[in-house]
Design a binder for this molecule. Structure first.
Ligand code: GTP
Ligand code: MG
Length: 259
C-alpha cells in the first residue's frame, strides 16, 4: 500500500475531533500545575506556607514565557499554581485550532517551569471561549475572587496548624466556616486579612509596557486593583491591544517568539 493512501485513510482518525474557535469569540487559556500540593510539600523543601515568593516568581517567569512563545497574549494572570492568558481578539495562531493551544501551551509551561525548578513538572491547559468582553471581565474577576478565597482558607489552615492542630483537625475546623468566620479566626490568630500582601490576596497580573520606540516589555503587577477597578483594568488591556493596529485583520504576535 502506498504511504499517500495510508495518510489519506488514517489522517481522519486523528483529526475527526479537531475544532477551531470561531472568530469573534474571546479566548482565555488557563493552565494549572499538576499535583502541586505534593510537589511543593515534597520536592521544594523549605517553602513558606501558604505562599512563597520563589513559587510566585517561577509562576511569573512561566507566564512571561507563555506570553512570548508565538501567540498574541494581551494579558497574563497568575495565582497559586495557575496561569490565565487572554489572547488578542484577532488571535489567529494555528488557525485557532484548539488542540494546538492545549498541547503547545501545556508543553511550553511544563518545559519552562521544569527548567526553573530542575525537576519534571506538568501543567494542564484548557481554553474558555467567551462570547463578549463582559464575560472576559467576569472571567478575570472570578479567578481573582478565587485567589482571595484560597488565600483566606490557606492562611486560616496554617494558623490552625501553627497553633498545634493536626491536618485533620485544621481541615475539620474550617469545614462549614464561612468567610466571616474565617476572617475572625485569622484575626484572632494575629493576622488581619486586609494586611496580607495584595499579590497573595488577588494574584499577579502581567501587562505589556510600551515606552517610546523601545521593544515592548512585560511587567508583573503585584498590586492589582479591586472590584470595579479591576474590571476596568481588564477592559483596558483589551482596549489597548485593539488600538495598536486599527482594522488589522492579520494579527501577528505582539513580539516575536523567543528563540
Ligand atoms: N508552600 C506553597 N505551596 C503552594 C504555593 N503556591 C501553590 N502551592 C500549592 O499548590 C497547590 C495548588 O492547588 P491545586 O491546583 O488545587 O492542587 P494540585 O495538587 O496542583 O492538584 P491538581 O491541580 O488537581 O493536580 C496549593 O494547594 C498549594 O499546596 C506557594 O507559594 N507555597
Ligand atoms: Mg494544580
Amino acid at each position: 500500500m502506498k504511504s499517500d493512501d495510508l495518510s489519506a485513510r488514517l489522517r481522519p482518525f486523528e483529526t475527526a475531533g479537531d475544532r477551531r474557535v470561531p472568530p469573534g469569540f474571546h479566548m482565555v487559556a488557563r493552565l494549572d500545575g499538576r499535583g502541586f500540593s505534593r510537589l511543593t510539600k515534597e520536592r521544594m523543601p523549605g517553602l513558606e506556607r501558604p505562599f512563597d515568593v520563589r513559587v510566585r516568581d517561577m509562576m511569573i517567569d512561566t507566564c512571561r514565557h507563555l506570553m512570548q512563545c508565538g501567540f498574541s497574549v494581551v494579558y497574563g494572570y497568575t495565582q497559586s499554581d495557575e496561569i490565565s492568558l487572554l489572547f488578542h481578539p484577532r488571535e489567529r495562531a494555528f488557525g485557532r485550532l484548539l488542540r494546538k493551544y492545549h498541547s503547545i501551551l501545556a508543553g511550553e509551561a511544563s518545559a519552562k517551569f521544569s527548567l526553573l525548578l530542575g525537576e519534571p513538572v506538568c501543567f494542564d491547559c484548557r481554553v474558555a471561549e467567551l462570547p463578549d468582553v463582559d464575560r472576559v471581565v467576569e472571567y478575570f474577576r472570578w479567578r481573582a475572587d478565587d485567589a482571595a478565597r484560597n488565600c483566606l482558607g490557606a492562611h486560616c489552615y496554617w494558623a490552625l496548624r501553627a497553633a498545634g492542630r493536626s491536618e485533620g483537625e485544621a481541615t475539620a475546623a474550617l469545614a462549614g466556616l464561612g468567610p466571616e468566620g474565617r476572617h475572625e479566626l485569622l484575626f484572632r490568630s494575629g493576622t488581619n486579612f486586609a494586611d496580607l500582601p495584595l499579590w497573595q490576596r488577588r494574584g499577579v497580573g502581567l501587562v505589556w509596557v510600551h515606552i517610546g520606540d523601545e521593544r515592548p516589555r512585560i511587567s508583573p503587577d503585584l498590586a492589582l486593583p479591586m472590584r470595579g477597578d479591576y474590571d476596568a483594568y481588564v477592559r483596558a488591556r483589551l482596549a489597548e491591544s485593539t488600538r495598536e493596529a486599527p482594522g488589522d485583520t492579520t494579527h501577528e504576535p505582539i513580539v516575536q517568539p523567543q528563540r
